[in-house]
Ligand binder design. Sequence first.
Ligand code: PLP
Length: 432
Amino acid sequence: MTSSPASQHLFERARAVSPGGVNSPVRAFRAVGGTPIFMASGEGAWLTDVDGRRYVDLVGSWGPMLLGHAHPEVISAVGAAAARGTSFGTPSEPEVLLAEEIVARTSAEMVRMVSSGTEATMSAIRLARGFTGRDKIVKFAGCYHGHVDALLAEAGSGVVTLGLPETPGVPAHVTADTIVLPYNDRAAVEAAFAEHGDQIACLITEAAAGNMGVVPPEPGFNEFLSQTCARHGALFISDEVMTGFRVTRSGHWGLDGQREGWAPDLVTFGKVMGGGFPAAAFGGRRDVMEQLAPSGPVYQAGTLSGNPIATTAGLTTLRLADDEAYGRLDAASQQLQSMVTEALVEAGVAHALQNAGSMFSVFWGVDGPVTDFAGAQSQEAWRYKPFFHAMLDAGVYLPPSAFECWFVSAAHDDQALSTIAAALPNAARAAA
Ligand code: PLP
């Protein structure tokens, strides 16, 4: 294992003052063992840790860093915005520009800014309940929508990484109205709506599941969800916190709804739209969004919502995320996916590499495609641990969990890809 004395020292200090030494559980190395690496700086596709070691980054801050780290134009725009003042608690121009950019790219007719994806999904659910006057919500096992109480039932991401069946602190009555169904299972959706249809406020789904590893929706599944909700007077919420502005310039909707001619009633965004700062949003149909305070009765608010620095970072990122940038990102991701497949096949490791656009992950030791949470959990996740550490030792920083997506950026150039290519054969043998 990589020896990282400065990280080790900081981790010991961190553990004394922060639970588990981290501020978000997925950052801990619980699933892979060893000490979390403390990063000191990032540039393009590269991270440098506090011991001075460099890594090609395939985490990308868990999604936001679409353009890579410290993009000069983003940094300069943020610096100029900070010099003008960091937060006013009044409306300001950048939040209008960012909202216009989001509305222009996506199905949302209006958006409300918040500071995290969790706030976005929490607020969207409240709005759906307020709009419909109904209480029940439907979600899928293995989908993660942030740490919203009512959505922490059979969640993915850190919840599955830590193997938590449920979370203490969430009273049973809070999840009593949450119906959890298997992903990609039309019959289960039909049965739930047949039984509870007139009480269901909304169905929320990741636009493509990325928090149990990447499990794309089967063709037509999102459209089917949208139609089923419409038939029963429930709202369809597409969570694009991870996929938004990443898998296409219009998010996952650019891969299905936009082509097929349907739109979610509400949609949530985060990650890329903040350019590495805390900015997120929820949006959707004008008649639904108009129910939010102060135009309507459903309360929602935030001291730092739409603050000028985060919205400037997001706006600059989105303006730089043009067709050429998406072309580079997609090409780098495809090349990487081929390299990973080749190395695993060569080493004789059974696996399924699955993708939704440029987002992808590997399921270890499975003999066919994974379509739901049960399939994801049946993988031989233990194979990931030696693979992860062999990659880390060779200078490649992967997500420290087999259940997370690998994030490529538009800054992953030939040098970054050849570092990964050099690391893969040995890591694949370690996983065999
Ligand atoms: N929704 C999805 C699909 C996510 O992947 C995440 C975070 O990973 C969230 C919501 C929560 O976002 P945040 O961590 O910004 O609260």
